[in-house]
Design a protein around this ligand. Structure first.
Ligand SMILES: [Zn+2]
Length: 304
């Protein structure tokens, strides 16, 4: 059996998967805002899952940050009490077995590439469109970490092919302007609508208004489709993935994968004629919010 842990900023989710990927059990606790207590909580969840299943399992952990291979220390976690800590080593010591730790967006991509919407595809780009915008790359069933441990982090690249009215672009918390995240996150979508219409609505309200014929909301949604399509086209021009999987709260917008796909030929290099369509498929995540914790479990593949 495989155990996956999703160590989030507010909750820790744990799942036990059968060898075939069936969910055996799932647990959830509030994240302690303290390193030692987080280790205790994870060890407790593993013990409880193993008691429930009557079997031992491999353990993979997804975190909102990365582990530096050279030092084994966590960096870039927005759960700041994890930063600088040897999480993999400490968990292995408590659990008496090796533990694998990976960035949570990479876990999302791994889950969808293993038995989700991109199952079996050779090259998969997993995109998170939520409060922030992140991503992960899976090649032949393995996460691509990258030399700087930022492979797939497209959220702080600039939005490509900007129009004059999109310049210089909205400010981003990273200090730059016009980042993909500043345009395509949930808050970015809401800000864009407010700027164009003077009306402040939630993302869901904007989508609902567009569906019931509100011209301003429909225009906001159309701008979102165009921007997402441009941003994905620019990464297709570099990575050329077989499948782009959309996850996170914004991916639930009805018709988003289809609308994005339809616009890709405008910017993907040297395709677009009906005889030469874009081969990359854009799809919605199959496992929804469960992809992070499932992908953590898949950090131990069948061959391991
Ligand atoms: Zn940024």
């Amino acid at each position: 059996m495989r155990i996956g842990i999703d160590l989030g900023g507010t909750k820790i989710e744990a799942i036990a998967l059968s060898p075939a990927g069936q969910e055996i059990a799932r647990l959830r606790v509030t994240t302690p805002r303290d390193y030692a207590a987080s280790l205790d909580a994870i060890a407790g969840l593993v013990r409880e899952l193993e008691r429930a299943a009557g079997a031992a399992g491999t353990v993979g952990v997804g975190i909102p940050g990365t582990v530096v291979p050279r030092t084994g220390l966590v960096k870039n976690a927005n759960s700041t009490w994890l930063n600088g800590q040897p999480l993999e080593r400490d968990l292995a010591g408590r659990l008496g077995r090796p533990v694998r730790v990976m960035n949570d967006a990479n876990c999302f991509a791994l889950s969808e590439a293993t038995d989700g919407a991109a199952a079996g595809a050779p090259v998969v780009f997993g995109v998170i469109l939520g409060t922030g915008v992140g991503g992960g790359i899976v090649v032949d069933g393995r996460c691509l970490a990258g030399a700087n441990l930022i492979a797939g982090e497209w959220g702080h690249n600039p939005l490509p092919w900007v129009t004059p009215d999109e310049q210089p672009g909205p400010p981003c918390y990273c200090g730059k302007r016009g980042c993909v995240e500043a345009w395509l996150s949930g808050p970015g979508f809401e800000r864009d609508h407010a700027q164009h219409t003077g009306v402040t609505l939630s993302g869901q309200e904007i989508v609902g208004a567009a569906a019931s014929g509100d011209a301003g909301a429909a225009a906001t949604l159309a701008r979102y489709h165009h921007r997402l399509s441009r941003a994905i086209a620019s990464l297709i021009n570099v990575l050329d993935p077989d499948v782009v999987v959309l996850g996170g709260g914004m991916s639930n917008i009805v018709g988003l994968p289809e609308a994005t796909s339809a616009l890709l030929p405008r910017h993907v290099f040297a395709v677009g004629a009906s005889s030469d369509p874009v081969a990359t498929r854009v799809v919605r995540a199959a496992h929804g919010d469960s992809s992070g914790v499932r992908g953590a479990a898949w950090l131990w593949p069948a061959s391991a």
